[in-house]
Design a protein around this ligand. Structure first.
Ligand SMILES: *[C@@H]1O[C@H](CO)[C@@H](O)[C@H](O)[C@H]1NC(C)=O
Ligand SMILES: *[C@@H]1O[C@H](CO)[C@@H](O)[C@H](O)[C@H]1NC(C)=O
Ligand SMILES: *[C@@H]1O[C@H](CO)[C@@H](O)[C@H](O)[C@H]1NC(C)=O
Length: 475
């Protein structure tokens, strides 16, 4: 072989291999790109299984309570005490909760504008329990009695139904708490500063009955609880006990609390459990909501178990000092940044709420989101809307689906990557809906709901004024 021919042969080999390598890299890049911006998943992973598989992560940490979905195989609530709600009922309750949050904020805004003073809640604050999906079980009194309480970052006072139910009690799973059977129970006097503190914690001026302080809370759907303001020993776990915990001992309780013995208030007010537990845990708590009703999550007080990779975004107090408000900047769908002017989010504001199910966005933002999502999902057949959810797919012919990832970017460049279970609300395989809804007006408050928070460890560091997200908090 002549040297020139050899050279050409050699060069061709070289070029060819280079070309092959280049092509390989190109292919790799596309696969990476795919994986980076899309989820490929088994359809069955969106559905709860018929048996409970408790999440093992997090259950051994200090001050940690197991979080369970009310309806599902991990729930101990029997279906004759609480009947599962239909999707329609869940969305109706969810809308009521959103309306009441809005009414509360409108009231606060008005008050701030006219008086420039500290916000107090209106007499009819219109808070609502909503569908109260998640609960934890705590011990109250001595000897302690277990009580399952709905947990709620949107309100402050913790309360439970109490015997003798002087007015009325609705049916609950566990026996109703009997103060007379607890050696550590104490009534609070009408003249105490804690009694006056009820005004900001409940939105109502406290009453007084035979020198015992009386609290009252109405909820937007005409649910309410009224009773004695009291203290007793609260047992979170065997090692985590709060003595003299302030709570409402409800004598007259009515409404949609569906089987739970009451509510645990995780708001920012000084009577919330977060403030009352501050001495022991700092004003820090975290929770993780399970991916489906057949798994469990946790609620942890204090900073134990906070993931090292948690990314924080600052809390603001522009909407009052009870709700947790955050600053949303951008939304990405399958790697595409939605063309939404930042002023859309800054005008509406946004809170994170454990009790609202579906995330609410300003209509301008929601339409950009659903438009882009639909554009990237054209290979799947759309189906009928489900109440407030208008982007629904029929996946009955699929076992595996590929869907665009959705990320929400918050102030401080903190990215929240939603898991597939945080993108969809599943009615059935033939109606799987994008779990976001638009508000009526761009000035209405946005709400990050609990579907989108699934499997994320959400950390509330109230003292440091920040909320953080870490993925993979629970299964
Ligand atoms: C708490 O106050 C109510 C109303 O005054 C009274 O009926 C009840 O016996 C009191 N309980 C205790 C333990 O003092
Ligand atoms: C969609 O809605 C139409 C009209 O209400 C109804 O006839 C049809 O059965 C619905 N389809 C599905 C898949 O639910
Ligand atoms: C599922 O596949 C069958 C058979 O190909 C087809 O007739 C039907 O329209 C498909 N249904 C959906 C919802 O895609």
């Amino acid at each position: 072989m002549a040297p020139s021919k050899f050279l050409i042969f050699f060069l061709s080999c070289f070029l060819l291999s280079f070309f092959v390598i280049a092509r390989k890299e190109l292919a790799l890049e596309t696969t990476d790109e795919q994986e980076h911006h899309y989820h490929t998943l088994q359809l069955s992973s969106l559905l709860p299984s018929s048996t409970c598989n408790p999440s093992t992560k997090g259950d051994k940490r200090k001050g940690s309570l197991e979080v369970v979905h009310k309806h599902g195989p991990c729930s101990k609530f029997s279906e004759d005490v609480i009947k599962p709600l239909t999707a329609e009922e869940i969305f109706t309750n969810d809308e009521s909760r959103v309306h009441s949050i809005r009414a509360r904020l409108t009231f606060n805004k008005g008050k701030k504008d006219t008086q420039g003073s500290k916000v107090t809640l209106p007499a009819k604050s219109g808070e609502i329990i909503g569908s109260g999906n998640y609960f934890v079980t705590v011990g109250l009194g001595t000897p302690k009695k277990d009580l399952s309480l709905t947990f709620d970052t949107g309100s402050d006072l913790t309360w439970t139904q109490c015997q003798p139910c002087a007015g009325s009690c609705y049916s609950q799973q566990e026996p109703i708490f009997a103060p007379s059977a607890s050696t550590t129970y104490k009534n609070i006097s009408c003249t105490s500063t804690e009694c006056s503190g009820l005004t900001s914690a409940t939105g109502n001026t406290p009453g007084c009955s035979s020198s015992t302080c009386v609290y009252g809370i109405q909820y937007g759907d005409r649910s309410f609880t009224v009773g004695f303001f009291a203290t007793d020993k609260l047992t979170l776990t065997s090692n985590d006990v709060i003595d003299n915990f302030y709570f409402g001992c409800g004598q007259n309780n009515q409404g949609l609390f569906s089987g739970a013995a009451g509510l645990i208030g995780l708001g920012r007010d000084k009577l919330s459990i977060v403030s009352q537990a501050a001495k022991k845990y700092g004003k820090v708590f975290s929770y993780c909501l399970p991916s489906t009703a057949s798994s469990t999550g946790y609620l942890t007080f204090g900073s134990s178990g906070v993931a090292s990779g948690v990314m924080y975004t600052p809390l603001s107090t522009s909407l009052g000092d009870s709700l947790y408000d955050l600053d949303l900047k951008y939304i990405y769908v399958g790697g595409t940044k939605l063309p939404i002017s930042p002023s859309v989010f800054s005008t509406s504001g946004m809170i994170i709420d454990s009790g609202t199910v579906i995330t609410r966005l300003p209509p301008t933002a929601y339409s950009a989101l659903s438009k882009e999502f639909r554009a990237q999902m054209t290979k799947y057949p759309l189906t009928n809307a489900s109440s407030i959810l208008d982007t629904c797919y029929d996946f009955s012919n699929y076992t595996t689906i590929t869907i665009p990832k959705i990320s929400m970017v918050w102030s401080g460049n903190t990215k929240l990557d939603l898991v597939p279970q945080g993108i969809f609300y599943v009615n059935s395989v033939s109606q799987v809906c994008l779990a976001f809804a638009g508000n009526r007006d761009d000035s209405d408050i946005g709400i990050l709901g609990n579907v989108q928070q699934k499997t994320i460890q959400v950390v509330y560091d109230v003292d440091a004024g920040k909320v953080g997200f870490a993925s993979g908090g629970c299964a």
